[in-house]
Every structure is written in C-alpha cells, then in structure tokens.
Design a binder for this molecule. Structure first.
Ligand code: NDP
Length: 251
C-alpha cells in the first residue's frame, strides 16, 4: 500500500466515523461542560482536559507538517499559519480564559478527542506539506481565496461568540441566556462559526482531507447544538422563542 492509499483510507475512515458520531451524540450528550455528569469513569480538571485534548491538533500537526517535502514552500506555509491560528487559540489560549469553576471532564472524553486530533493531524498536515500540490499560484486561486475568506470569517465569529459566552460566566452568576448580535437568531453561533471555518478550510485546501474534517465537525457539533438548545429551553422559560439551535429560522 502506498502512502497516498493509506492516507486516502484514513481520510475515508474519518468521514465514515461522522455517521456513528452524529447518531451517538443525538442520543447521548457528550459529558463535558454543562452536560457533565457521572458514569463515564475517572475525570480530570476541565481546563487541563482542554489543553491535553486540543494541543495535539497544534503540536502533532506541526511535527507532521515539518516532515513534509513541501514544508518550506509559500502555500503550505500559509495553510499551516491558518491552521495554527485556530489551534493555538483553541489549545492554549481559550482554556486559560474559560472559567470552569472546579468543573471536571471524563478522561474518556479527553482520550477520544486526543485520538481523533492525532488522526486528523495526520490527515490534514500530510495533505498540506506532502501529498497535496500547492504551488505558489495556489495562493491566488479562487478556491484558496474564497476558502480563506470563509475560514477567517468563521474563526472571527467563533472566537467572538466563545468570548461572549465566557464573559457571561465572568459575571459570576452561572449559566445565563446569551444576548447580543451573535445570539439573536441561534443558540450556538460559536458552533455554527466553527463549522463555517472548516468548510473554508476544505475549500482553501480543495481536498478530501479538508472535507473530512468539515464533515466530522458538522457531525460533532450539530447534535450538541440541538442538545444545548433543548437545555436552554428547559432551563429558561423566557428563552427567546424565535431562536433556533444552529441555522437562523430553520433548525
Ligand atoms: P460551549 O458553547 O458549550 O461553551 C463555551 C464556553 O462558554 C465554556 O467555557 C462554557 O462553560 C461557557 N458557556 C457556554 N454557554 C454559557 C452560558 N449560557 N452562560 C455562561 N457560560 C456559558 O462550547 P464548548 O465548550 O462545547 O466548545 C468550546 C469551543 O470548542 C467552541 O468554539 C467549539 O466550536 C469548539 N469545539 C469544536 C469541536 C470540533 O469538532 N471542531 C468539538 C467541540 C468543541 P462550561 O464549559 O462550564 O459549560
């Protein structure tokens, strides 16, 4: 089996795993954050869990990227910068801003996320610095420009929406109804923006690898958005009725 064939098979595996992920999360909410509960084995502090589970997406990705033949070429370097722009924040900055208030997360959740992030790092970093063909002209191609615009827009909205949610926690009153422009029409703009971001990545890399992560992110976050939305409705009788989970006016 060549490496291309292996890479293709692993990428197919990521896409295939989106189906059971979606189905499982429709019935069992992932036990972290507001949905944390017992019965999932040993746990660790939530902030540590976030750093441990997200750091491979930055560090392992970078190590695999560095091993590629095309590592020092302009287009792979720009794609690397986009990826790291997202994951340095997610793995190292966001956990420091969160206010977990002593909350914990199951080791199982962190372990599954670490495993996924290592596989995903292989799929996407190898695509960018070894298996894909991104000459300098790629930087002015329509898929790259459109995808990068989507990615950066998604990233901006994702970070702003996460900050707004964490600021609610800073007020020291536990969970509240989020208000403001990001939350006017949907309960989970941070998730919607994250999905947009990885659709942008799929476009900017024009690859099956990028598509696999966009599909997986959708399968992971859409059911959780429904669960969050139902939780808000159950917890707050005055929750804005026009608000939907993820897609304004629709879903
Ligand atoms: P949440 O929206 O559940 O929470 C984000 C942060 O805000 C948490 O610190 C949370 O506290 C706090 N918070 C949320 N809602 C409220 C509220 N109403 N009142 C007060 N505080 C609140 O996001 P996640 O924790 O699930 O995810 C964090 C980031 O990671 C997001 O940007 C998400 O898109 C991304 N992510 C990406 C995945 C992917 O597949 N690519 C998978 C999972 C997450 P607490 O944790 O205590 O509830």
């Amino acid at each position: 089996m060549t490496e291309s064939e292996l890479h293709h098979a692993v990428t197919l595996g990521v896409i295939a795993s989106a189906v059971p992920t979606w189905l499982a999360l429709r019935y069992v909410s992932a036990p972290y954050g507001r949905h944390v509960r017992g019965g999932f084995g040993p746990s660790l502090p939530a902030r540590l869990g976030w750093v441990l589970m997200e750091s491979p997406a930055s560090l392992v990705w970078l190590a695999i990227f560095a091993l590629g033949t095309h590592t020092l070429e302009p287009a792979p370097l720009v794609l690397c910068a986009l990826w790291q722009l997202h994951y340095v924040n997610r793995a190292f900055l966001l956990p420091m801003r969160m206010k977990p208030d002593g909350k914990r997360m199951p080791v199982l959740i962190a372990g599954l996320a670490i495993a996924f992030n290592i596989v995903n790092a292989y799929v996407n970093a190898r695509q960018v610095s070894e298996l894909g063909h991104y000459g300098t002209a790629w930087l002015v191609s329509p898929p790259f420009l459109g995808g990068t615009a989507l990615f950066l827009t998604g990233r901006h909205l994702n970070v702003r929406a996460d900050e707004a949610l964490i600021a609610l926690r800073n007020e020291g009153r536990g969970y509240q109804i989020p208000r403001g422009p990001y939350f006017r029409w949907i309960s989970c703009p941070n998730y919607a923006a994250e999905i947009l971001e990885w659709c942008g990545w799929a476009l900017a890399t024009w690859s099956f690898a990028g598509l696999s992560f966009a599909v997986y992110t959708l399968a992971n976050l859409a059911p959780r958005a429904l669960t969050h939305h139902a939780w808000y409705r159950a917890k707050f009788p005055d929750y804005p009725p026009e608000r939907r989970a993820l897609i304004p006016g629709i879903w």
